[in-house]
Design a protein around this ligand. Structure first.
Ligand SMILES: [Fe+2]
Length: 365
């Protein structure tokens, strides 16, 4: 067989690698004679491997990567999917999720602690690749095809935490810790059987208990690791609620760590705006509606208000559809009721949603 040097952009699953591929620290990334997989390619991209050699039949040209089809119906988030920012973001996102998965699995096997510095830097880079904090939200809203909910969810939560930390004026050091709180908050889910996590029918009481144990299992797993204590507390406390209605310990506001309170908001927002097999993704304003109806007793208002204000303000001027089918533009955010702004319809009329009990924003267009 001949060998041929190709660029990483030409790499495709199934190609046979003709040399050991090492990263800058001389660690083996992909061994010689192995067939490339999506994961191996993502790993090589993450370690910035520019080119490498593959085996080819005499005169055979390397296969081209499969084109990605879109096929989505146009909406606010669908349109974003075609932007260069989104394409760049999705590449980095995939790479980071892939490395995160590998690192966490190694950690679970007891081999080593995850390379927290690399993961934090990769997450911070993802954040930095977006011009504004709200662009992070926009991109994560339209990036929902990932099949592994736990890793992609944790990375998204981590990004939301980073942006919330910026909005709150936190120091760079604290933002780095918040990123790590997000990355590790659901680490205990690695100890829960996948058959239960992936279940699409209602959980039995015993299964529910098992899922809820990811908080304690995550804490027990992290407690002896060389990590900031707030990361460990976020793992065990991110399902606690300020009114004592959460789990596993029914803690009230004064007993819940501040960083865990921030992770809790990010976790709920991320989960609700993601599609699940049993329901569609919720529009950001629907999540705001939930935060306003029950969130004020569950979450710390000093974090929740900053979060809601920044997100809703960013959607000024956005076209939306109401639940009765009316289409209009958001022209004023009501600070007493973020989920119910003033809407101007195409015929020039105004609808003050805060005065309309039955009307709400259903979708962004
Ligand atoms: Fe969780």
């Amino acid at each position: 067989m001949d060998m041929k040097r190709i660029n990483i952009t030409e790499a495709a699953p199934g190609m046979l690698v003709a040399e050991d591929i090492l990263n800058s620290a001389n660690q083996l990334i992909v061994p010689k004679n192995s067939a490339l997989t999506d994961k191996a390619i993502a790993r090589m991209r993450f370690h910035m491997i520019g080119s490498f050699r593959i085996f080819v039949e005499d005169g055979e040209a390397p296969a081209a990567p499969e084109p990605v089809s879109s096929g989505a119906e146009p909406s606010y988030f669908d349109k974003l999917r075609d932007t260069p920012e989104f394409l760049a973001y999705s590449g980095s996102f995939n790479n980071t999720v892939s490395v995160m998965e590998d690192e966490f699995k190694k950690m679970l096997e007891g081999k080593t602690i995850a390379d927290t510095e690399t993961l934090t830097a990769a997450t911070a880079n993802l954040r930095a690749s977006c011009r504004t904090g709200i662009q992070v939200f926009d991109l994560l809203h339209c990036f929902r095809e990932y099949d592994d909910i736990t890793y992609a969810h944790s990375l998204n939560v981590s990004l939301i935490c980073a942006v919330e930390g910026e909005w709150l004026g936190f120091s760079d050091k604290d933002i780095q810790i918040l990123i790590q709180c997000g990355l590790y908050h659901d680490v205990g889910k690695m100890m829960i059987p996948k058959s239960i996590l992936d279940k699409t029918t209602p959980l039995t009481p015993d299964e529910k208990k098992t899922v809820e144990s990811h908080t304690i299992q995550g804490y027990n797993f992290l407690k002896d690791k060389d990590l900031d204590n707030r990361i460990k507390l976020s793992a065990v406390m991110h399902h606690e609620r300020c009114d004592g209605s959460g789990y596993p310990m029914n803690l009230t506001a004064d007993k819940i760590d501040n960083f865990a309170k921030i992770v809790a908001i990010a976790d709920v927002y991320e989960a609700m705006t993601s599609p699940r097999s049993y329901r569609k993704a919720k529009c950001p304003f629907e999540v705001m509606r939930m935060f306003e109806s029950e969130g004020l007793s569950h979450f710390d208002p000093k974090y929740l208000m900053v979060f809601m204000e920044n997100i809703t303000q960013s959607y000024m001027g956005t076209h939306v559809r109401l639940n009765d089918g009316t289409v209009g533009t958001i022209v004023y955010i009501n600070k007493l009721c973020y989920s119910k702004p003033l809407i101007q319809t195409s015929d020039g009329n105004y609808i003050d949603l805060s005065k309309q009990n039955r009307l709400y924003i259903e979708a962004m267009l």
